[in-house]
Design a protein around this ligand. Structure first.
Ligand code: PEP
Ligand code: MN
Length: 338
């Protein structure tokens, strides 16, 4: 349920409403919108039966949230959410460019790539220390040693870090090193992991599942938010379709759909969507044109030698050139790229 407040509502009236609802055993979230403030009510609404909420001073109307995801819905929070991470805002006018290797290989490789992407305008470094590989015999990532390398790269460049956590048992450790915790495609419906990262106070980058609907994706965001963490960044990274010419099929439609249904920022990962370096630029440009809030792009200082996903990783030259093109597209749609 949402309680829409009158434009003239006072702070005392808001406090009174919140106190009244919480004393009945429900939780509230207050969002101060540009036009109206709204109190979202979470919990068993039967406890409010018979309460004439509309009679309380300051209340304009009381409405049911019809969507199964509540906190993630735009009804609940009409204004866009802006996620703050080490001086970056994700969901504002400026697009967040997250770039880096698929996986952390060595300190030299990671720092080299970090410098390259920073120089070209990225503000967040990505790189996996725990890798979700289809084969148990493929390189699985360096674990904590990889996290230490990412932290060293942050120290060296000032870039914020985004890295994946795959297991509830690793949340505490990954939290210690990273600025953004990434929940990967294969774990989008690992509900225990979602609950665990939801208890942290760092932003969560939630990738869309391989064959997940937008509704299922938003329900996963709701799992995270239900634990108190409201800083969820959605990431579309291509879905499974019948098409085999590309690794996956990028669903650009997800951007306007998410913008309508949710207030959460949405970024696009063109690298995992297509799986081929040659297509990454076209997808990145279309993603900005369609209104995404940022991009996650794989870059390697020497893709030929990359341990994972070399085929889709941009070279330093490709990335720098692409950033120039992205600036132009961003400008055309009223956005900015660093
Ligand atoms: C990744 O970003 O490193 C990754 C494994 O991506 P996805 O979960 O989208 O496959
Ligand atoms: Mn990858």
């Amino acid at each position: 349920m949402i309680i829409v407040l009158k434009p003239t509502v006072s702070k005392d009236e808001i406090d009174h409403i919140i106190h009244k609802i919480e004393s009945l055993g429900l939780k509230t979230t207050l969002s101060n919108g540009s036009e109206r403030s709204i109190i979202g009510v979470i919990g068993d609404e039967r406890k409010l039966a018979g309460q004439p909420l509309e009679a309380i001073d300051g209340v304009e109307k009381v409405m049911a949230v019809l969507k199964p995801y509540k906190m993630a819905s735009r009804e609940f929070h009409p204004d866009n959410t802006e996620v703050q991470v080490r001086g970056n805002v994700i969901g504002g006018k400026k697009l967040a460019i997250i770039a880096g290797p698929c996986t952390v290989e060595t300190e030299d490789q990671t720092i080299k790539t970090a410098r390259i992407v920073k120089e070209a305008g990225a503000t967040i470094l990505r790189g996996g220390a725990y890798k979700p590989r289809t084969s148990p015999y493929s390189f699985q990532g360096h674990g904590e040693d990889g996290l230490k390398i990412l932290a060293a790269a942050r120290e060296e460049t000032g870039l914020a870090i985004c890295t994946e956590v795959m297991d509830t048992r690793d949340v505490e450790l990954v939290y210690k090193y990273t600025d953004i915790l990434q929940v990967g495609t294969r774990n989008m419906q690992n509900f225990n992991l979602l609950l665990e990262v939801g208890k942290t106070d760092k932003p969560i980058l939630l990738k869309r599942g391989l064959s997940s609907t937008i509704k299922e994706w938003l329900m996963s965001a709701e799992y995270i938010m239900s634990q108190g963490n409201k800083d969820v960044i959605l990431c579309e990274r291509g879905i499974r379709t019948f098409e085999t010419s590309t690794r996956n099929t990028l669903d650009v439609t997800a951007v306007p759909v998410i913008k309508e249904l949710s207030h959460l920022p949405i970024i696009i990962d063109p690298s995992h969507a297509c799986g081929k370096r040659h297509y990454v630029g076209a997808l990145a440009k279309s993603s900005i044109a369609v209104g995404c809030d940022g991009l996650l792009i794989e870059v390697h200082h020497n893709p030929e030698e990359a341990l994972v996903d070399g085929e889709q990783s941009l070279t330093p030259e490709d990335f720098e050139k692409l950033m120039g093109e992205l600036r132009q597209v961003a400008q055309a749609v009223g956005r900015e790229v660093n």
